[in-house]
Each structure stands twice: as C-alpha cells, then as structure tokens.
Design a protein around this ligand. Sequence first.
Ligand code: ASP
Length: 391
Amino acid sequence: MELEWRRADFLYASLLYRLENEFKTLFQRVEKPIFVTSCGPSLDFRLKGGEKMANILLIYTGGTIGMVSEGCMQRLRPFNFDRLLDRVGEIQQLNCRIDFQSFAKPIDSSDIKPKHWVQLAEIIEKNYHQYDGFVVLHGSDTLAYSASVLSFMLENLSKPVVFTGSQLPIGAIRTDAKENLITAIQIAAMREGDAPLIQEVGLCFAHKLLRANRSTKINTTCFEAFDSPHFSPLVEAGIGLRVNKRSLLRNRKALVVHKELDTRIALVKFFPGINPAFLEAVFVNTAVRGVLLETYGSGNATTEKWFLKWLKKGLDKGLRMVDVSQCVGGSVALGRYETSRHMKDLGVVSGWDITTESALAKMMLLLPRCRSAAAFKEKFERPIAGELSPN
Ligand code: ASP
C-alpha cells in the first residue's frame, strides 16, 4: 500500500506545538464557530457553538498546493505533507477536527492513474463512518477527471467529498492555496441538523464549490482555473458561504463503491480534414471498447461515406460510442441536423451537456457494468450523479 497513515491527536498536538514549537502539524481544536451567511434564495446556514463538531479527513495526493521549487530553473516538484500544513496556521481557527492521510509519494496530477482513484475510493470507503466529510488535495491539471470519476465510483454518497488544489504552492506569496484549502474544509464541515449539508463530490476552487462532474479546467494562470459551464456553483464563498440548496443532491441509500474501471477508451476530437485511416484504426482495428466522439456544435460530424462506413463497422463489432460537443455551452441534440441524424440512426449515444472529463469517467464505469448496447445507452443518457441534463 502506497499510503502512509498519519493521525494526530489534536489536543496533544496543540500542546506539543506550544511547548516545543516544532511539531509540524498545526491542527487543533478551538471553540470558535464558523459563521456562514446567505443571500437570495439560498440557504442561510449557521453553525452555532455547541453543535456537533465535524470530523474531516484530509487526503493529500500531491499537486502544486504542496510543491516546492528546486534548482536554478525553479522547477516545481511535489513535497512532503507535513511541510504543507506548516504554512496554514489558520486551520487552527476552524471549528472541526481534522485527521489526515497522505500518499506516501505525493504526485503531480499528470501522473494520476486509475489505481490512484481506486486508492482514494478505498480510503473514503474505509473511513466513511468515522468522518463527516472528506477533503482531497490534488493537482489542478487532472482535478476535473479525478473528481468526476470519484463522483461515479462513490454511488449513493451522503457525505461531502471536496476536491481542491491551487495555482500557486502554499508557501508562495499571494498563494491561492490557503484560501482554497480553508474554504474546502469549511464547506466539508457544513451541517444541516445532524447531516452533512453537501452530500456529493465537489470541486472547490477560487471561492466556489462546483459539482465535480460538471467542472472543467479552463485556465492555466488565473486563480479562477475551473468552470462549470452547464451548472451553477453549489456554493459561492464571499463574506459568507452562499449555498444553492435547490441544486444539492440528496440520497438515503447506503454507499456502494465501484472499483472496476475499463480504460480501453478512445477520445476522437473531430476537425475538418480528419483522416479516414485514423478513424478506421480507432473504430475497427483496435482493442478499444468505447469511443467518445467530440463533435461540432450540437453533436454534428461529417456525412462522408467513409465515416459512416467505419462508424457502422465499429458499432457492429460492439463498440460503445458517445457523442459529446466541443462547445463549452449548450447541448448535443442528435438528429437536429442531417450531420448528426445518421449517428443517431446507427445507435450513437447522446452525451447531452456532459463535459468530456465526466463522459470519459462515466464510460470507464459503465463499460464493465453494462453488457448490452441498450443497457449502456439507457444508463449513459440519464444522470447518475447530476452530471448531465437530458433535453
Ligand atoms: N502540474 C500540477 C498538477 O496538476 C498543476 C497543479 O497542481 O495546479 O499536479
């Protein structure tokens, strides 16, 4: 197991910190409440003193948030978790108890693999009943992929799993890391009565909590690195936390964790001049089991005979094909134009307004679970975890 279990006793840690001033983790219990205000139709959420203190498990996988620069080129590489926590003394002021686990070897998220997603799901499964919420620190590059996959792996979630990261390392001047980490913990700790307020996988970045499987990375340099073009933020953090309560998922069933993922998937982005030989290779001559067609506008692609021929051959041999749009806004509408009617007639599945990241994740989960093309289509075209809106 690549994980290292690090558990701090808060009172003991705080005592040690004061006495020795060299204990590296700064988590401790304080009596200050988190005050959260609202406006408009959103929920007015306030955690009063005396209410049950939330137990949060913080899981560190790597990413810029915990990186340090080294060498004359100032190249960023993942660093050890203890040093990361050293920089966020503000955590002491949060009215929750925090334990943490870290990947033994933190990674840049460009190195994330399905085995890491399974590890994350297993940590959450194993600790599900001991904690009220989970915060996952993750690099921003593949954050939307990981968070989307986890939203499907953790079926019937009734606790928050909040992914966050940052554009600048936590030690940098003007870092966004502290803000993101503190907001993520506050959101994971929000309660409504006895239950956690957020009961789904979210992505917290730049003052917003987005539904994980609706999010996409849109910027490499701005702090607002993520957007959720088809779905409003679940929470907006200003002076208080404004919760869009009507959009929150609710669930009463027991958690089911799916760990089987099929990654034999191809992503084909259409462009004028796309080569027939390439599509033949992807659709016919491979071990690929699912293809995501990233098409133009409302789901359109060329009507050239060779395309229809390879498309039919691929579908006949059992490939699952899903149509998602290259556009940031709007939805796939198969059959609206002649240029998508042939795909609809042949059995291509509509991704509606799903993001590419989320469609890949959903396909990885559904390929092993749906034996027939009809079962796959039926499951894919309906939301499982709020990831799409069929028209
Ligand atoms: N390359 C980094 C990563 O994804 C970028 C970041 O964390 O923002 O791990």
